[in-house]
Design a protein around this ligand. Structure first.
Ligand code: FMN
Length: 174
């Protein structure tokens, strides 16, 4: 299994590195900005794909990467990690829906609360101790998620039925 990621300020990179280190003892993770990453994706079937939630969505740079390289995802088994400052949107579900369009199978989803990287939203501003605790909690959650994946029972955060058919949520409210 290899890791592919976009990380604006390092949180997501930290999380995917930790995940792969726990999973197979290596740091075989690759940023989407590197040219070689696409070739590495093509030669691997099992991937972890990680990104930070931005404005309740996938960062545009990652969406463009997925869409522009649509042929690369067919037949891949993908585990999604979404990092976030608080929570909004469907997290892993947003990327899952996009990847399924290109023939990928989504095997799991993990949401990790990490220090905020915007800094201009009052509710997300936290002190050093609180941020340190957040990172510690995320590390523990990663270890648990890796062991669940190894036991064939990966977490499915953001991948529930309501996340696969987001419009249904509105129907239920009517
Ligand atoms: C432009 C921008 C928009 C963001 N929007 C959200 C958001 O909608 N919800 C949320 O929980 N966190 C949001 N965040 C916080 C990041 O998702 C969070 O800090 C993430 O762990 C950053 O990861 P990175 O360091 O890998 O970029 C946003 C951050 C940025 C820079």
């Amino acid at each position: 299994m290899i890791g592919v990621y976009f990380s604006g300020t390092g949180n997501t990179r930290f999380c995917i590195d930790k995940f792969l280190m726990e999973y197979n003892g290596g740091h075989n993770t690759y940023p989407i900005e590197e040219k070689e990453t696409l070739e590495i994706i093509k030669t691997n079937t099992e991937l972890v794909l990680a990104y930070p939630v931005q404005y309740s969505n996938i960062p545009k740079i990652l969406r463009d990467y997925i869409v522009n390289n649509g042929h690369a995802w067919n037949g891949k088994r993908i585990y999604i990690i979404a990092t976030m400052g608080l929570f909004s949107g469907d997290g892993a579900g947003i990327l899952a829906r996009l990847l399924r369009r290109y023939g990928a199978e989504i095997v799991g989803g993990l949401h990790l609360k990490m220090p905020d990287s915007i800094g201009d939203v009052k509710v997300l501003r936290r002190g050093f101790t609180e941020n340190k605790e957040l990172v510690g909690n995320a590390e523990q959650k990663i270890c648990k998620a890796v062991s669940e994946l190894k036991n064939g029972n990966p977490p499915q955060e953001g991948l529930g039925i309501e996340n696969q058919f987001p419009k249904m949520r509105w129907l239920w409210l009517m």
